[in-house]
Ligand binder design. Sequence first.
Ligand SMILES: NC(=O)c1ccc[n+]([C@@H]2O[C@H](COP(=O)([O-])OP(=O)(O)OC[C@H]3O[C@@H](n4cnc5c(N)ncnc54)[C@H](OP(=O)(O)O)[C@@H]3O)[C@@H](O)[C@H]2O)c1
Length: 217
Amino acid sequence: MTVDGKITTRNYTPVDFTSREDKQHLFRQRALADAVLIGHTTLKRDNVRLGVSEDLRQERMARGQTPAPLRVIVSNEGKIDSQLKIFQWEVSKIVIFSTERMPADVRAALAGKATLHLTKSRNVDLADMLRILRRDYKVRRAACEGGPTLFRSMLEHGLIDELSLTIAPYLFGGAVAPTLTGASKEFLPASVRCVMKDMRVIGDECFLTYRIKSEKG
Ligand SMILES: NC(=O)c1ccc[n+]([C@@H]2O[C@H](COP(=O)([O-])OP(=O)(O)OC[C@H]3O[C@@H](n4cnc5c(N)ncnc54)[C@H](OP(=O)(O)O)[C@@H]3O)[C@@H](O)[C@H]2O)c1
């Protein structure tokens, strides 16, 4: 995020405002995980593949992990475009958590490209999603790469235990540009306490790691 806490511009355009080091940091975090989670808008806007480089792949295999993390897409409405880059790249399995609102033509287009978990409820139950990932896919460490709407939901449900945050040397301004917890004007149901685990400064960027304190402390 920027110095003033913005994670993108008000138009939600893909913005490239962090260094190469920050990108490597993101890829290293991703490669440590058994699954990488992404919200539908970030997937659409950034059109990411969520893969890992050959070096990180080798490191994963040396640690006894699968070559690449499971890729998990979260969407309530389920109107996911099967032509997105993620579906053209067979680096690891893709799992989609959505609802029965997902249109039939989308389900047909995604068949063979992803495993669908569709709930009858209006919204995806994120805690249940993590339980399924653990039980059916042996996921012990999941890395959520945002965006802010998904991150905020996970935070509100007490499902985040660690936060990796890079402060990039820019100020964007703009009341409607989203912060880390999105564009909502609402407060979180309760303040979330963060405990700093690590801080590194490289160039003009600050790399922070926080432990998120559970409500029980
Ligand atoms: N600077 C950064 O590090 C960073 C990181 C990530 C993203 N971004 C930026 O963030 C922007 C997108 O922000 P955003 O908040 O709109 O993104 P988002 O969280 O990726 O996407 C929101 C969408 O994801 C689905 N979703 C989110 N939470 C859900 C939940 N609890 N249950 C079910 N589905 C859920 C919904 O999809 P449906 O509409 O399909 O129901 C929702 O509309 C992009 O511009 C991206 O570039 C920046």
